[in-house]
Design a binder for this molecule. Sequence first.
Ligand SMILES: Cc1cc2nc3c(=O)[nH]c(=O)nc-3n(C[C@H](O)[C@H](O)[C@H](O)COP(=O)(O)OP(=O)(O)OC[C@H]3O[C@@H](n4cnc5c(N)ncnc54)[C@H](O)[C@@H]3O)c2cc1C
Length: 465
Amino acid sequence: MEFASFYTRFNALLIFLTLFSPCKFIRIPIETVSLNYIKATSMDFGGPSNFHESTSTASVDFGGFIFNIPSAVFRPKSSRDIAVLLSFLSASSSAKVSVAARGAGHSIHGQAQAPDGIVIEMDTLPSLIEIHKLMDGEEGFPYADVSGGALWIELLEESLKLGLAPRSWTDYLYLSIGGTLSNAGISGQTFKYGPQITNVLQLEVVTGKGEIVTCSPTQSAELFYAVLGGLGQFGIITRARILLQDAPQQVKWIRLFYDDFQTFIKDQELLILMPEKVDYVEGFIVLNENSLHSSSMAFPNQLEFISELRKDSSKVYYCIEFAVHSHKIEEIKIEQVISTNSVTLKQVKPWDMNTSVVLPEASSTTEVDDGRVIYVVGLLQSANPSRCTKTCLTDLLERHRHVAEMAASDRIGAKQYLGHHPSPDQWRKHFGSKWDRFADRKSRFDPLALLAPGQGIFVRSSAST
Ligand SMILES: Cc1cc2nc3c(=O)[nH]c(=O)nc-3n(C[C@H](O)[C@H](O)[C@H](O)COP(=O)(O)OP(=O)(O)OC[C@H]3O[C@@H](n4cnc5c(N)ncnc54)[C@H](O)[C@@H]3O)c2cc1C
């Protein structure tokens, strides 16, 4: 399957539903857990100071409407601390405690929470960002070895000091390396370099059985691919080797506005077919004037169509954002970039089907290797806690659920990115033909389903069962 081509549009759709609200909404009561039992054992978890009972941060996330109180927070000082904890739990038949790694806590639906379990705060691992720049004449790519709890912004800042930058980003960089690699990590560079999970050379992972494994496409490859996009189900990423490239000296950033959907789509597809010329492509729909003001980048007030939007609420505009990098300080001539005569129809294959990510399946009428375009459609909505009551929030969530269900219907066939499915059966449907592989990987790397209970995919079992 190719990533870019002109035909087949919305039959291949990844949907990205997000709702932000700091309202308190669901609170699950604390029940006693065998944490004291764990602490009272003679196991060495890296010292007693690694366990903390203060759980306020660990019980919330960016979404702000799911609250699950863990019994304890674990602040590891090394991968070994995590390994000792997980091997202890997986060997104990009486402790039915679950464990969630928490990166930057930017999940929306409690995915990094552990009801009555243990939350591991990944940012307490010693910060490691080691940049490997190529020496003169050395072949290959520069890369960075980074701890799993480090943030992408920290990696960017360190690599820029040596004139380098990660190849594939997220739009927002205050997310942890382990957190985005557990999903996919997508942005305007995905069409060119693939998601962040296809820009990783090696991982260090602590499996649900407490084994510390260094894995890559050639070493313990099954674990490597399982963990990438694996929703935290197979192991905890304690270290990652991330591909870098030369940072540009200059960037030209262009916004194009359209009032015609077909032209907007056609131009977007034209741009993604030019990865050797274009470095970033995203697009969005301007539904009303507010959607311009809520954008992170200000728009000039004199845009002609703003008055049209004010006059006619049914009017919709579309915007493409794209960027062109230059490695020299020189004027970037956009006309040359988008001259269609010079387009080489070079197609890239950025999604690695060995990873745990699921993509929309090819419909029965299209060949698998048909060069489909995969659209990532984000619905980003926020609720103001001073105005949005519990009822208003419930309505918003209900609308999101409805959109997600429609998009995932057989007619459209989208897959939810950062999905939240209410039952293991719905997860099975989400994974479709990839479910057996996902479940098999779970039984190999986390057989007791200790890890990432907040995703709600598997039910924790005990060693005796
Ligand atoms: C404002 C905002 C902007 C965003 N922008 C983008 C974007 O541009 N592109 C994009 O792709 N996504 C985006 N996201 C989504 C984001 O990538 C995911 O929510 C991601 O999980 C957040 O990373 P985190 O470190 O906060 O993870 P957390 O919320 O802490 O954890 C998410 C999941 O990963 C697991 N996990 C965390 N760390 C590890 C680890 N080290 N090893 C194994 N499992 C782990 C957790 O247990 C949990 O199940 C955005 C989210 C927000 C709130």
